[in-house]
Design a protein around this ligand. Structure first.
Ligand code: 13P
Length: 272
């Protein structure tokens, strides 16, 4: 069985003072939750502070992007090795805000995905359709194309230490989360498409849902068979909202009898 994973994506939010308060509350709120995994992906300048505050806790940390090259003349870029230097375990790749605001393509996202893996990071690879694409019945075409950018280039094996995230653009930053049934349908589509290449990896890979997850809808979303946790935006900025979402994931694992750590990424944040 797959353990649930809840990841906070802080996006471009935070300050030294606010981060401290938030992370101390998150650590205190989830420290008895051994059945699910948790991580926060913070802006680059706060990774060192996050490392100090989370080391030894059961919350991992990571970045929201990375550069696909190792080092060199890339002004403004951050390499995967720089992230692992600061104890990062995860990196969000191909978020729709990166694709839309910063013109990332399937190709550049795939290159970043591979660079993250090669550096030992768990890439959290985002996919999702816009409202217009959903209305035109293109959801499977768009999500399939994004998934294939990884499968075709690197093969299903590349997903063996990766996480996928289905984040429909119309649900991000809105008040309109996908219903559990809508999300489940796309998650099952993703898993079936991977299964055509490798049934074992399809069963093992975690697929998170992202888009307006709140304490009010988390438990229902996490109860769906192919939803393995959440990628949380706004609600990850407040411990009062993020912790109950983490508890919902942990509770779902307890109910489903998922007690053991079964691979993927480290359950305990690495020491500095
Ligand atoms: P919200 O949870 O704020 O809708 O954001 C979702 C998201 O983009 C997570 O990556």
């Amino acid at each position: 069985m797959r353990r649930k994973l809840v990841v906070g994506n802080w996006k471009m939010h935070g300050s030294i003072a606010a981060n401290r308060t938030l992370l101390e509350k998150v650590v205190a709120g989830v420290y008895t939750c051994y059945h699910a995994d948790f991580a926060v992906c913070v802006p680059y300048p706060y990774i060192a502070q996050t490392q100090i505050l989370l080391t030894g806790s059961n919350v991992c940390w990571g970045a929201q992007n990375l550069c696909s090259t190792r080092d060199g003349a890339s002004t403004g870029a951050v390499s995967p090795a720089m992230l692992t230097d600061f104890g990062c375990t995860h990196a969000i790749i191909g978020h729709s805000e990166r694709r839309n605001l910063f013109h990332e393509t399937d190709d550049t996202a795939a290159a970043r995905f591979n660079a993250a893996r090669e550096a030992g990071l768990v890439p959290i690879f985002c996919m999702g359709e816009s409202a217009e694409e959903r209305e035109s019945d293109w959801t499977e075409y768009i999500v399939g194309r994004q998934l294939d950018s990884i499968l075709r280039r690197f093969g299903p094996q590349a997903l063996s230490n990766a996480v996928l995230a289905y984040e429909p653009l119309w649900a991000i930053g809105s008040d309109k989360a996908a219903t559990p049934e809508q999300a489940q349908e796309v998650h099952a589509f993703i898993r079936n498409r991977i299964a055509r290449c490798d049934a074992k990896i399809a069963q093992e890979v975690r697929i998170l849902y992202g888009g307006s997850v709140t304490p009010a809808n988390a438990a229902q979303l996490f109860a769906m068979p192919d939803i393995d946790g959440g990628l949380i935006g706004r609600a990850s900025l407040s411990a009062e909202e993020f912790v109950p979402i983490c508890l919902a994931a942990n509770d779902r694992c307890v109910r489903s009898n998922i007690h053991r750590f079964e691979g993927h990424d480290a359950p305990i944040a690495a020491s500095a």
